[in-house]
Design a protein around this ligand. Structure first.
Ligand code: CP
Length: 327
């Protein structure tokens, strides 16, 4: 067990060894148990987390704030538009200055080609851990919560189980590809048979695909890329169909939305869930989902759905990482 994670940034899970990830999951399960029993666990008393958002959020904001309070500390919500960032405060200044006031800096910056670089710039300047609350490339806490949910359903060793991480159509906005990218990077660390299913215009980053394939080879799992929506569901134990933008094809959101209209039939419905392993595969989505566009009410509210456990698990994995890194 690698127990010393004090001071570490969490920008992508790829920068953590398997032992370190196991420590995070052990602590997350323990904190979930403690919360269920009402056992106090104020490991971060008097500590402060600055949470800087460049993009809207429901789950991430509320779960980080609640998590810090439950750990005995405090979380500050900072909307980037109310700061002096637009008047010249750079990432270096944010890292240097907020790092002197607070004990951790969490950031959500999802702008394509900007977010990850910005978070890494802040981390370089900061003396305290920097936590990635979602960027253009990674959503590490979502990936950790997804894996915790998979462990709860299939046990701590999901080797050999098949997960289909798939594109789905949505009309609301061109969503980041960071959640599917983080999940394929993690599921391939655990020996799962990982499918990435997407139309040709909705490729994910080639570097991430290469890392996932390498992870699978090391862990004894498998990784394949499909472009047939139904084929992705066949025999899968877990399906994770969600929308993302065609950023590798065009950086113009309107053009991406136009391209996506070819795929309005990429909706998760009861017929497709029947194709999963014995018709009992679990349905996962990081939320928010476009109901009856991305997924039918019958599926997201049905017996297959794990979406609320998955959302809850954000709280427990985030508390684990904060407790381990912000000491
Ligand atoms: N899944 C997720 O990150 O949700 P929010 O965008 O609401 O934070």
């Amino acid at each position: 067990m690698q127990s010393y994670l004090a001071g570490r940034d969490m920008i992508t899970t790829q920068e953590f060894t398997k032992d370190e990830l196991e420590t995070i999951f052990d602590v997350a399960f323990d904190l979930k148990r403690k919360r269920a029993l009402g056992e106090p666990h104020a490991y971060l008393r008097d500590k402060v987390l600055a949470m800087l958002f460049f993009f809207s959020s429901t789950r991430t904001r509320v779960s980080f704030e609640a998590g810090m309070a439950q750990l005995g500390g405090h979380a500050q919500f900072i909307d980037s538009r109310t700061t002096q960032i637009s008047h010249g405060d750079t990432g270096k200044e944010i890292g240097e200055i907020i790092g002197r006031y607070c004990d951790g800096i969490a950031i959500r910056q999802c702008d394509w080609g900007i977010g990850n670089d910005y978070i890494r710039g802040v981390a370089e300047a900061s003396r305290v851990p920097v936590l990635n609350m979602q960027c253009d490339y990674y959503h590490p806490f979502q990936g950790l919560a997804d894996m915790l949910t998979i462990f709860e359903r299939f046990g701590r060793n999901p080797r050999g189980k098949t997960i289909n991480v798939s594109y789905a159509y949505a009309s609301s906005y061109q969503k980041p590809m960071s959640a599917p990218q983080s999940l394929i990077l993690l599921a391939t660390r655990y020996g799962m048979n990982v499918r990435l299913t997407r139309p040709p215009e909705f490729k994910v980053m080639p570097d991430i695909v290469d890392q996932a394939a390498e992870n699978a080879q090391r862990s004894g799992g498998s990784f394949e890329v499909l472009d047939d929506f139904d084929a992705g569901f066949e025999g899968a134990d877990v399906v994770y169909p969600k929308s993302w933008g065609a950023m590798l094809t065009t950086t113009d959101n309107d053009e991406s939305a136009e391209i996506s209209k070819q795929y309005t039939d990429w909706i998760t419905d009861e017929r497709r869930m029947a194709l999963t392993n014995n018709g009992e595969g679990i349905y996962m989505h990081c939320l928010p989902a476009d109901r009856n566009i991305e997924v039918t009410d019958g599926v997201i509210d049905g017996r297959w759905s794990a979406v609320y456990d998955e959302a809850e698990n954000r709280l427990h994995v985030q508390k684990a990482v904060m407790a381990l890194t912000m000491r």
